[in-house]
Design a binder for this molecule. Structure first.
Ligand SMILES: [Zn+2]
Length: 472
């Protein structure tokens, strides 16, 4: 599927939706047939799935920052029947069976074709992120990390007690997030007839312990115009807050926001593929402008739709893998300025794209929690409901860490952050207590951190000066 096709697909979403509904109806008999097939056979899937030296379409970003769909080889998947190797497994929703390698091939179903691109994209970029940790940072932890499960189109809520919350809860869209490993409080036995294929989960019977996971939420277009139209003429703050909750259903995930900031700032280099994402930035920008100018809310400024497809953005995949890679040292149980900022930092490093960190730095120089920073477009960008100060802080963390590369070298700064993980308290350390301490100790090489600085007497002093200049 070419970029033009994709753009057309976006332009004619309504029509395609109708076509999809029709094909769904016509396809139903086929699906029913599939699910009624003998269990042993469907559980294994067709035997003819192996593809030698498969080629895949993924999103790659060029040096200019422009993103495009490109054909790549993924040697790790050669001869594999599904998107799974010893380190990474890509599944659909709640299923624990990997998505078949040839999903959507020889099919006219656009959704399946798109699923293959998403599965390949997440697999490909997770490999890149993993290689960064194992080959550049020589991470033994990541080398020994058990297989991670990456769920696409996953709209469930997470439950510490049972993996998934009841299906009756609200669905989650337009973001992504890390899931800590765990085991169910109570295992529901499977009944005869319960079986699992890649597109048909057990539906939470037989669910046993799960490992580290990332959930990539489905993209969903939210009709902002309808939402705004339903608002009173002069909405007061509670209404705005409510609107924010609808517009930003991101449950503690800041990566997307950072991208929106970046996309807002990179208009000239945004490629055709990412232009829908640029639309996201504008939506938020205008919506926030609208929220800011409460009294004279101009609904004409608010674009009609809003969505983001996190599985299609390489840097989000890097950010998410970083959460998993650091999860034993930096908690992923809840979002904090520290864990989001650090994930943003490694995400930007893996992408080797300084425009993310550097740009944010340009807009956020001062101490973040006094609320006195210069008025910038950044402030109008996506923020999580009721935790804007914490969102600001995670951007501050990214900017702060990124510019540490100007004090040391970018490579040394990255190594320093990575070694400092040993000196953090996973649940307690925050930006103001313990983090800079850990960085200085890693510079000197306080065990178990390896000494990162070549001349600690000089470099630790430079670092301290830098921390002070950033108000830490
Ligand atoms: Zn995150």
């Amino acid at each position: 599927m070419g970029i033009q096709t994709r753009l057309l697909a976006i332009k004619y979403r309504g029509l395609i939706g109708l076509v999809l509904v029709l094909s769904l109806i016509f396809g139903l008999s086929w699906i029913v047939t599939l699910h009624e097939a003998p269990h042993a056979e469907t559980a294994r899937g067709p035997a003819s799935l192996n593809v030698e030296d498969p080629k895949f379409t993924v999103v790659v970003r060029k040096k200019s920052g422009k993103a495009e769909l490109s054909e790549v080889e993924i040697p790790e998947l050669a001869g594999k029947p599904a998107f799974e190797n010893e380190n990474i497994k890509i599944v659909l929703g709640r299923s624990n069976v990997a998505i078949p390698i040839n999903v959507g091939i020889d099919s006219s179903d656009e959704k399946l074709k798109e699923l293959r691109i998403k599965a390949a994209n997440v697999f490909y970029h997770t490999l890149i992120a993993r290689k960064y940790f194992t080959d550049v940072l020589h991470s033994e932890e990541v080398k020994n990390l058990p297989q991670v499960t990456l769920r696409l189109e996953m709209d469930d809520n997470f439950s510490e007690l049972g993996h998934y919350l009841n299906k009756n809860t609200d669905r989650v869209y337009n973001n992504s997030g890390g899931i800590p490993s765990g085991k169910p409080f109570k295992v529901r036995p499977c009944k005869p007839g319960d079986y699992e294929t890649w597109d048909h989960p057990y539906d939470y019977c037989g669910e046993s312990a799960w490992g580290l996971e990332t959930w990539y939420r489905p993209m969903k277009s939210i009709n902002t115009a309808e939402m705004m139209a339903a608002m009173p003429v002069d909405p007061m703050k509670p209404t705005i807050d409510l609107a924010r909750q609808v517009l930003y259903p991101f449950e503690g995930e800041y990566a997307v926001r950072d991208f929106v900031v970046w996309l807002n700032s990179s208009k000239p280099v945004i490629g055709e593929l990412i232009s829908p994402l640029w639309g996201v930035g504008k939506t938020i920008l205008y919506a926030e402008l609208g929220f800011e100018a409460v009294k004279g809310l101009n609904r004409l400024f608010v674009p009609h739709h809003f969505w983001i497809d996190s599985a299609m953005v390489p840097e989000i995949v890097y950010h998410e893998f970083t959460h998993l890679a650091l999860s034993s040292r930096v908690s992923i149980r809840s979002s904090s300025p520290l864990n989001e900022g650090v994930a943003d930092f490694f995400g930007a490093r893996i992408a080797n794209n300084p425009s993310i960190g550097a740009h944010i730095g340009k807009y956020l120089k001062g101490r973040p929690h006094n609320g006195k920073k210069k008025h910038t477009q950044y402030q109008l960008s996506y923020e999580q409901y009721n935790s804007s100060s914490s969102a600001d802080l995670s951007d501050f963390t990214l900017s702060f860490l990124w510019h540490m590369g100007d004090v040391l070298t970018p490579e040394k700064a990255t190594e320093l952050v990575y070694e400092a993980r040993y000196l953090l308290n996973p649940e307690k350390t925050d930006l103001y207590s313990g983090f800079t301490d850990a960085l200085i100790k890693a510079c000197w090489g306080v065990a178990p951190a390896k000494q990162v600085c070549d001349v600690p007497e000089r470099d630790a002093l430079k670092l301290s000066e830098y921390f002070r200049s950033r108000g830490l």
